[in-house]
Design a protein around this ligand. Structure first.
Ligand code: AMP
Length: 459
């Protein structure tokens, strides 16, 4: 069996791995690290949770240590692009962890926080820069950053980048990179358009794949319950009361929906927080910290906000609403069963969501076990506590002033994708994929009959 010592990584990296108690490389690490150490380009088909961050950062840190030199002012030696702030922060933290016995500098830049500190951080140059595309281009436009000295370029979660409308930003960034560089490209799925994007970035790459595209993560028990949309909240309360939950991620389709679920839970005295694109950066960080530390057991999230979140010990993923893109389902349930632990995914299927669930089962080649509605469910629905009061639009509540200023300034931003920066000007939701989905989502069929108490095998 391969061990980390077999890779010939720099001693300071091996020390950091020992400190983190990593003994055995994950499959993506075993496949990716050797060719990356030789300087090859790499196309990785892997989801978050597979250990891909170490897969790309360990050999990159090794390169930076093997060929030491100071980064040029306002430059960076390694650039990692990630679609969301959370993922960018997480990758930067991993790089800091793996490089903790070295003097390498790591910086993060993303929207929603003041730009001036980021400009200051970059002034002397950094070894590793982890960025979201919109803020990266803002910094380049302000001449606070240049990319002509990038030695290693990593594009992470490419499929999500495309979903969020970052394609033009990526093309612009590609033109600013030097031609001589090592390229690493990661995506959880590899449909044709992503493969085409990969071709534009990669030069004779090695391709590694750890989970065939859109295959349901093993070790996750999947359950499904048919329930009317308006009765889902009661079902959620019942599951929270009856299941042995360590930590549960609850997915809704919209930001308002996420807030509504939290207010309803609060009405029943159940603590939960929401994480989505209308929350300020500090609210998102606070919610994640509370979830990580165990202060709250329930985190209600939209797809984009939850993407890439790495929290260990998520015992349950609850699909309060079913995604209409099957890959999104794979990403959602992939938040549980991490690092070999077992997890449970429970889907609440309203009548008009059945076609989505059928698509999901076809793509993932899996079937969910039917989960009966609780016996006294009608009573639970009748006695559902009222939600605590709250504004319908959290976008106007508790927003950080910097973000508001940014949005006010948007006119000057030249129409860049708004993935990490709030509402899009084209009227779609702030988080790109949610916006796209909103446009594609079919209206609910109000005339479909009730399914109260009916439990059927999905498919
Ligand atoms: P990633 O897919 O990079 O987000 O990693 C998922 C989780 O696995 C993170 O919490 C890592 O710290 C952890 N991890 C990555 N590689 C290893 C390894 N070889 N042994 C144990 N844990 C790991």
């Amino acid at each position: 069996m391969t061990t980390f010592n077999d890779f010939g990584l720099h001693a300071d990296i091996n020390r950091a791995l020992a400190a983190k108690d990593y003994t055995t490389p994950t499959p993506i690490q075993t496949q990716a690290i050797p060719p990356l150490m030789k300087g090859r380009d790499l196309c990785g088909i892997a989801q978050t949770g597979t250990g891909k961050t170490a897969g790309f950062s360990l050999p990159s840190i090794h390169h930076l240590l093997t060929y030491p030199h100071r980064p040029t002012p306002r430059g960076c030696r390694m650039l990692v692009l990630a679609p969301t702030r959370e993922l960018a922060a997480q990758i930067a933290q991993s790089c800091r962890d793996y490089g903790r016995f070295t003097k390498l500098s790591v910086s993060t830049v993303f929207g929603g926080v003041p730009i001036n500190k980021q400009i200051r951080d970059l002034s002397n140059g950094v070894d590793i820069l982890v960025a979201t595309p919109g803020r990266l281009l803002d910094l380049i436009d302000q001449r606070a950053l240049r990319l002509d000295d990038v030695e290693i370029f990593v594009l992470d979660e490419a499929d999500q980048m495309m979903d969020m409308g970052f394609i033009h930003s990526l093309r612009r960034i590609a033109k600013l990179l030097p031609s001589r560089r090592q390229n690493l490209f990661f995506s959880a799925t590899m449909p044709k358009e992503i493969a085409h994007l990969a071709e534009q970035f990669l030069n004779d790459p090695v391709t590694v794949s750890v989970t065939p595209a859109a295959t349901t993560v093993e070790k996750i028990s999947q359950f499904a319950t048919f329930v009317e949309q308006k009765e889902k909240q009661a079902l959620l309360h019942s599951i929270v009361a009856s299941e042995d939950i360590d930590r549960a991620l609850i997915f809704t389709r919209t930001k308002h929906g996420a807030d509504r679920v939290v207010r309803h839970l609060a009405g029943a005295g159940i603590k939960a927080m929401a994480i989505h694109g209308n929350k300020s950066q500090s609210q998102r960080t606070h919610a994640l910290q509370a979830f990580r530390s165990g202060d709250i057991k329930l985190l209600v999230a939209t797809d984009i906000a939850a993407r890439g979140i790495d929290v260990s010990g998520v015992s349950h993923v609850i699909n309060f609403e079913i995604p209409n893109v099957p890959e999104q389902y794979v990403h959602r349930i992939g938040r549980t069963a991490r690092a070999g632990a077992e997890g449970k995914a429970i889907s609440f299927i309203a009548p008009d969501e059945r076609p989505y669930m059928r698509d999901i089962e076809r793509v993932t080649r899996s079937k969910s076990e039917p989960m009966p509605l609780p016996e006294n469910f009608n009573e639970m629905v009748r006695n559902l506590p009222k939600p605590v009061a709250g504004p319908r639009d959290t976008g106007s509540q508790g927003r950080d002033p910097n973000r508001q200023r940014q949005e006010a300034n948007r006119g000057r931003n030249g129409g860049k994708p708004q993935g990490e920066r709030g509402p899009r000007r084209d009227g779609a939701a702030g988080e790109g994929a949610e916006g796209q989905r909103k446009r594609r989502f079919r209206p609910r069929n109000k005339s479909v009959g009730a399914h109260k108490g009916v439990v059927k095998r999905v498919g």
